[in-house]
Ligand binder design. Structure first.
Ligand SMILES: [Fe+2]
Length: 242
């Protein structure tokens, strides 16, 4: 059994041990992430400096605000052809919000899963979707593996930590946001993220980067003891997506 020494400091100074970032908003002009090609390249170069060699970017597909499709995202992705810094790969997926458009895209084969038929899923941070478990079950029936984006950010789960166990038992993989290991989203979110790591419940770590301010904040993450705990646990599956 892995023993977690609470006083131990991190021996990591960057994200190279993770290698692949699987949650980011790097496609120009399609969501609340990168604004234009120049901004995209700035973010991608910054991620390279942080130690990543592979990126799978996940712009929002969210019917009411960012009603993207495979086609609109692919067009955006193509704008970056031939412009990437050397030594970095950029592949495309999406962060899917559980809504009617997502259901339509599932039914018409219009989604872009990660390797392993995994889909990065999010939903309201204010109230739990009434059909959450049915949706997860349905996706499983259709052969998809659900990866829940930033479980620590759903405030309604905080008082029922056992629900995370329930999700894991349902086969859901959990992706912590790197910045949740810093005070960026607030103390409660940090506490839950740390608890998920201490309980060996995290499968993926992602930057969820939207803008250049995040680059500066991300520098701090590898030096935190929970980042070291997560990487040293051997449980991270980021590299399985390569
Ligand atoms: Fe995101």
């Amino acid at each position: 059994m892995f023993f977690f020494n609470r006083s131990k400091k991190s021996s990591y100074s960057d994200f190279s041990a993770v290698g692949l970032d699987m949650h980011s908003h790097l496609i120009p002009g399609v969501d609340d992430g990168a604004k234009d090609v120049e901004n995209s390249i700035q973010l991608i170069s910054g991620l390279k400096t942080l130690g990543f060699a592979h990126l799978i970017t996940t712009p929002h597909t969210l019917q009411e605000i960012h009603p993207n499709t495979k086609e609109s995202l692919t067009r955006g992705h193509e704008l970056l052809n031939g412009k990437l810094p050397e030594g970095i790969t950029l592949n495309l997926s999406s962060e899917y919000y559980l809504d009617d458009q997502f259901t339509d895209q599932i039914n018409s084969n219009g989604v872009m899963p990660f390797k392993g038929n995994r889909l990065l899923i999010e939903f309201s941070q204010i109230s739990r979707p009434h059909n959450l478990e049915e949706s997860i079950f349905e996706l499983g029936i259709k052969g998809y593996q659900v990866v829940l984006a930033h479980p620590e950010r759903y405030l309604f789960f905080h008082k029922q930590f056992n629900y995370y166990t329930r999700l894991k038992e349902m086969g859901v993989e959990l992706q912590v946001n790197a910045l949740s290991l810093t005070p960026h989203y607030g103390k409660n979110i940090k506490t839950i993220a740390e608890k998920l790591i201490e309980n060996d419940m995290i499968d993926f770590i992602g930057t969820d980067i939207h803008h250049v301010k995040h680059l500066e904040l991300l520098k701090e993450v590898p030096t935190t003891k929970h980042f070291a705990r997560l990487v040293d646990s051997g449980l991270l599956k980021n590299k399985e997506l390569m």
